[in-house]
Design a protein around this ligand. Sequence first.
Ligand SMILES: [Cu+2]
Length: 406
Amino acid sequence: MRLESKKSAARAGGVVFGLLAAAGTAHADFALNMTPGVSSVSREVYGLHMLLLWICTAIGVLVFSAIIYSVIKFRRSKGAVAAQFHHNTTVEIVWTVIPMLILISIAVPATKVLVVMEDTSNSDLSIKVTGYQWRWGYEYLDEGISFISSLDRQSDLARQRNPVIKPREVENYLLEVDNPVVVPVGKKIRFLLTSNDVIHSWWVPALGWKRDAIPGYINELWTRIEEPGIYRGQCAELCGRDHAFMPIVVKAVPEDEYRAWVEEQKARMAPGRQEPAQAANPAPASQPQQALPPAAAAAQDVVAEPTLAELMQLGEQAYLTNCASCHQADGTGMPPMFPALKGSPVVAGDIDAHLEVVLRGVPGTAMVSFAHLSDAELAAIVTYKRNAWGNDTGELIRPADVRAAR
Ligand SMILES: [Cu+2]
């Protein structure tokens, strides 16, 4: 009996030390811990997390040491007899005051960090982030730039069991987008988070926070990224079928590089320009980035009368990015949820009515307005739909027509 309990105590001790040792090795490559992140706030959040971790560890060690010591030292087989007193004022004061002090020592730094996180005043730029099922929309309020950021094509094909592209072979599988959010380093960036349909949550671990994007509601937070780099995140609120396929990519660049990007985007947004939104993404080598020096930008204006072939090419890209997740790449949709566009009477019918659906959406359905796309993109998409998959109407719609219909 005595031997037994000694043995099991030794075994329990072995398990505890084994766990500690395992935690130690895991800690060495930081596989288990939170990331310190790349912003002042994320570092403060990390500091708070470490403080709490050590406070909890100290409490855990003290409490478990006391329990283990008592269990071994005062066991019945050694003749221990339990004391029978009740009520001890000293003990009661001690076990009230000590936890109080511990809680205060946690609450004070935690409140400080929370106050800093909530203070969005004096920001240098504001970006409105809108969650859609299942992509993110970004609007640079000071610059008048807006775009939609969707899962990149490679990941999208791979996740749909494409026979050629395998998930393992896609770099940053499910963590890459077509249009990343480009931001300047060292600037205070205010994010205004909202949603167009259901609750989403915008989460980039390196920034140290995540915040819900709620329809009809605006949540604010801010960041100041200190190191240039590409930071990836995901929607963190279960938001429907493709919740796992709406990643976030934040690209932090030096100020001058950011200005250049802003100019490029403004050129794309300007009426009559033919730039597809894809130009924002430097990642896929198959889509060479189109730099837009002033001369080139001027040249873009000439393409106010694009040919059917040009529109079809642009349109296919823009369609795959913006529409294929619901209506499918081959236009067959997923009836009854998402109607087929191949052979659709709307698509083959009156151009204005067709354009109306895309520009205004169908209220109360997943078919949202796509008015945030540029005139050129919309003209290309509509032209593409009217001529792809056997919808051979031969009709073409120009950016100017879209402009007029807005
Ligand atoms: Cu979501």
